[in-house]
Each structure stands twice: as structure tokens, then as C-alpha cells.
Design a protein around this ligand. Structure first.
Ligand code: GTP
Ligand code: MG
Length: 370
């Protein structure tokens, strides 16, 4: 039969090993933290601590999402997170740059001072929109597989002087699989060879019926070069966002998803994260993937130092113990001991995953518990 050490179970429940030992003692089971208990006893303990462990092999089983759901009343409207996808050279980066150019606050504090993997603009009406810099399709899929489905809306960029290309089709399939609404941007409208209608017709073959063809997928003709259609594109994003009723609780300990991370010679490990709920503040103690840390500084996408970051804001975080991976979850915790404990547990789990292709006993154990 499967067994688990008391410490491992404690880590998974984010409780102290000693507390589990005490409870076991009351149940008449005398063990130390490093000894194993059987599945039935483990199940009893899990119930005893009021946990509901359903997440099995993910790195964050220790955070009990099933009970950590935000109350309706705490939810406030948040900006949409938009990812741009499309074929090589179809104009994704140019479109992002052009959209960034529409930011009404650009130019403040030196404007665009650094490139991070995500940025937020304030549209003319005052609404905020967050854009994720075109991750490769692999990164998008990888993040989604790891449960980091941060994208609310996909903009499918198709060059109107070209056609549907292999990566366009891939992007369509990934978007469908993720269940994320799509807006089609037919770009390079300034070019003489521009034939948007041909694109719309080809999209039908992939069951994408755009508005111009009486369907319900929004489409817009744009040019990154002249700026034509950009306002309309932003309007469509905001309209789609309204339909999605995107909300998050800003008044709680923060959770965020790593968009990109690197080791900076001067500043040490840096991560660009997107806040998914709560507000991240300077001084907060956190776990991120297998690392931990304390927020030493926060920078927005314009390189400005900020003290706190609300939902859907991308920020660069300083103060990590190591470089996390894209898609990792950053979770604010109460104290450093707890941060180190969870980080160490995740590291151990990551090693176990690497060394065994078959599910470990632990994983079997927790599928059974779920
Ligand atoms: P990858 O990152 O390599 O996949 O390319 P991308 O999709 O980011 O395309 P990028 O923005 O780099 O644009 C590719 C080429 O198309 C560049 O030479 C751009 O100058 C050009 N381009 C992009 N948008 C437009 C546009 O609206 N009009 C015109 N005329 N050219 C454009
Ligand atoms: Mg590009």
C-alpha cells in the first residue's frame, strides 16, 4: 500500500509537521515527521485539518485552491489580458509597438525605457488593457498546460497581403483549445496587395466566421505603419472584455504568473509577473516556482518604481532567490520560514518528477485522496 511521510503530507497541506504529529498522537498513532503513515490515516488527517486536496501533480498543491476562492463581494473589474498571435513576419511586433504608441500616458517619465514581456496601456477613454508580448506558440501551450491560462483575449494577426499560413492555423487551434475569444486583426492595410476579403473567406475553412461575414468573431483592418484601425481594435478589445466580465479581488495577498524571468548581472534574478489576484507590495514575502523571496522593488513596464501592483498589471519583481520559469505561480505567504518550506518542497517535487517518468507513490497517493 502507498505511504507518505508525515513531513511530506504536512508540506502538501501547508501545515507544520509538528502539528500533524500532535494530531496523530491524539488519534493514537505515534510517529515522527520522517516516518510514513498509510493512506487511510493520511486521509483522516487531511479531513482533520479541513483540507480538500484535489490538485495532484501540480507544483502548488500546497496552496489549497479549493477553499481559497474569493468571495463574490470582493471582486472588482480588472483590465483584460490580451495576447497577440500569428505567423512569422505577419506583423505582431509592429502591431504591439503601434498599440503601445497609442498609450495616452506614454512619454511620462521617459516613455519606453525598457522592454519587458508584457505591458499595459491606458486607452483614450481611460480604460486599461494589458498586452502580452507575442510568446511563441510553444510558450503559450506550455503555460496553459501548467495551468497558467492568463490570456483573456487572443488577437490573431494575419497579414492581408499574404494569407493563412501554418502558424496562423496553429494559433487558431491553440486559441480554440484554450477556449479564449479571438479578435482577428487583418494587418498591413496600407499595402497595395492588401486583400482582407480573401483572408475572411479562408478563415471560414477553420470555422472562424468574422463579423464582416455575418459571424460573431470580431475582425478589424489595421496598419501598424499608418495607425489605421488601431482605435477600432482597442474598442473591440474593450467590448470583448466587457462581455467577459473580468473581475478579481484586489484586496488580498497577491498571486501572480511569471511571464518571463532572467538573471541580471547587477540586479540578480528578475521576473516579470502578471498579477492574477490581490495586490503585490514591496516587502511582501513570496514563493515563486521552486524559489522564494521578498519583494525588494517593483518596476512597471515604463521602468518606473512602484510600491504596489493590482490585478492584471505586469511588473518586474526584484528580490528572488533564483530564476523561475515562465508559467510559474508567485504566491505571497505569511513569513519566510513558510516561503522556504514551500519552495523546498516544490524543488524536491520537481526533482522527483525529473527522475521518474512513471507517477511516484506520492502522486498515486494523492490521486487516491482526490
Ligand atoms: P516575428 O516576430 O518574426 O514572427 O514577426 P512579426 O510577426 O513580429 O512581424 P514584424 O512586426 O516584425 O513585421 C514583419 C515585417 O512586416 C517588418 O518588415 C515590418 O516592417 C512589416 N510590417 C509590419 N506591419 C506592417 C504594416 O502594417 N504595414 C506594412 N507596410 N508593413 C508592416
Ligand atoms: Mg515579432
Amino acid at each position: 500500500p502507498e505511504a507518505i511521510t508525515v513531513q511530506e503530507l504536512a508540506n502538501r497541506m501547508a501545515e507544520k509537521g509538528a502539528d500533524l504529529v500532535k494530531s496523530l498522537f491524539k488519534m493514537g498513532v505515534m510517529v515522527t515527521v520522517n516516518q510514513t503513515i498509510d493512506q487511510d490515516t493520511a486521509e483522516l488527517l487531511v479531513e482533520e485539518f479541513g483540507h480538500n486536496i484535489t490538485r495532484v501533480s501540480e507544483s502548488d498543491v500546497d496552496i489549497d485552491h479549493t477553499v481559497d476562492v474569493d468571495d463574490e463581494a470582493t471582486l472588482k473589474v480588472r483590465p483584460p489580458v490580451v495576447t497577440i498571435m500569428g505567423h512569422v513576419d505577419h506583423g505582431k511586433t509592429s502591431l504591439l509597438d503601434a498599440l503601445r504608441g497609442t498609450d495616452v500616458v506614454k512619454g511620462e517619465a521617459g516613455g519606453i525605457t525598457q522592454h519587458i514581456g508584457a505591458y499595459q496601456i491606458r486607452a483614450k477613454g481611460g480604460d486599461l488593457v494589458t498586452f502580452l508580448d507575442t510568446p511563441g506558440h510553444e510558450a503559450f501551450t506550455e503555460m496553459r498546460m501548467r495551468g497558467a491560462n492568463v490570456t483573456d483575449i487572443v488577437i490573431l494577426v494575419v497579414a492581408g497581403d499574404d494569407g493563412l499560413m501554418p502558424q496562423t492555423i496553429e494559433a487558431i487551434n491553440h486559441t480554440k483549445a484554450a477556449g479564449v475569444p479571438m479578435i482577428v486583426a487583418i494587418t498591413k492595410s496600407d499595402k497595395p496587395e492588401y486583400k482582407p476579403q480573401k483572408i475572411r473567406e479562408r478563415l471560414l475553412e477553420h470555422e472562424i466566421v468574422v463579423e464582416a461575414m455575418s459571424g460573431d468573431v470580431q475582425d478589424v483592418e489595421v496598419s501598424a505603419k499608418t495607425g489605421a484601425g488601431l482605435d477600432e481594435l482597442i474598442e473591440k478589445i474593450l467590448l470583448q472584455a466587457e462581455l467577459l466580465e473580468l473581475r478579481a479581488n484586489p484586496d488580498r495577498a497577491a498571486e501572480a504568473t511569471v511571464v518571463e524571468a532572467k538573471l541580471d548581472k547587477g540586479k540578480g534574478p528578475l521576473a516579470t509577473v502578471l498579477i492574477t489576484r490581490g495586490t503585490l507590495k514591496v516587502g511582501d514575502i513570496f514563493v515563486v516556482g521552486v524559489h522564494s523571496g521578498r519583494v525588494r522593488a517593483l518596476h512597471d513596464d515604463k521602468g518606473r518604481q512602484i510600491k504596489s501592483a493590482p490585478p492584471a498589471l505586469p511588473v518586474e519583481v526584484l528580490g528572488l532567490s533564483g530564476v523561475p520559469m515562465a508559467g510559474d505561480t508567485l504566491t505571497v505567504v505569511d513569513n519566510e520560514a513558510r516561503a522556504r518550506e514551500v519552495a523546498a518542497f516544490r524543488a524536491e517535487q520537481a526533482t522527483a518528477k525529473r527522475t521518474t517518468s512513471a507517477p511516484t507513490n506520492l502522486e498515486n497517493m494523492f490521486s487516491a485522496l482526490a
